[in-house]
Design a binder for this molecule. Structure first.
Ligand SMILES: [Zn+2]
Length: 84
């Protein structure tokens, strides 16, 4: 991973256009009473692996997605932008 930031500063704000969700959590959520947001219900771990990045559902102890970098060294920006 590159140590030099490559993204514009505004990209460090919430820029997610498509959320990653556990399909089992989403199914259970549809039947919860009282209703709960997926953000509050989901319990995910996200981290690097020897292949790339894995998103893991802690609630169901299951893989949600494992992105294979196929050996590519991609730039990553770990600068922290505090929002209030
Ligand atoms: Zn789940």
């Amino acid at each position: 991973m590159s140590e030099t930031p490559t993204l514009p500063l505004e990209a460090l704000s919430l820029s997610i256009t498509q959320y990653v969700v556990c399909s089992k959590c989403a199914d259970e959520l549809a039947h919860l009473n009282p209703p709960q947001s997926l953000q509050d219900y989901a319990a995910m771990d996200v981290g690097f692996t020897e292949y790339g990045v894995q998103v893991w559902c802690r609630r169901h102890k299951a893989n949600i997605v494992h992105i294979d970098f196929q050996g590519a060294k991609l730039p990553a920006d770990f600068r922290r932008l505090e929002t209030s």
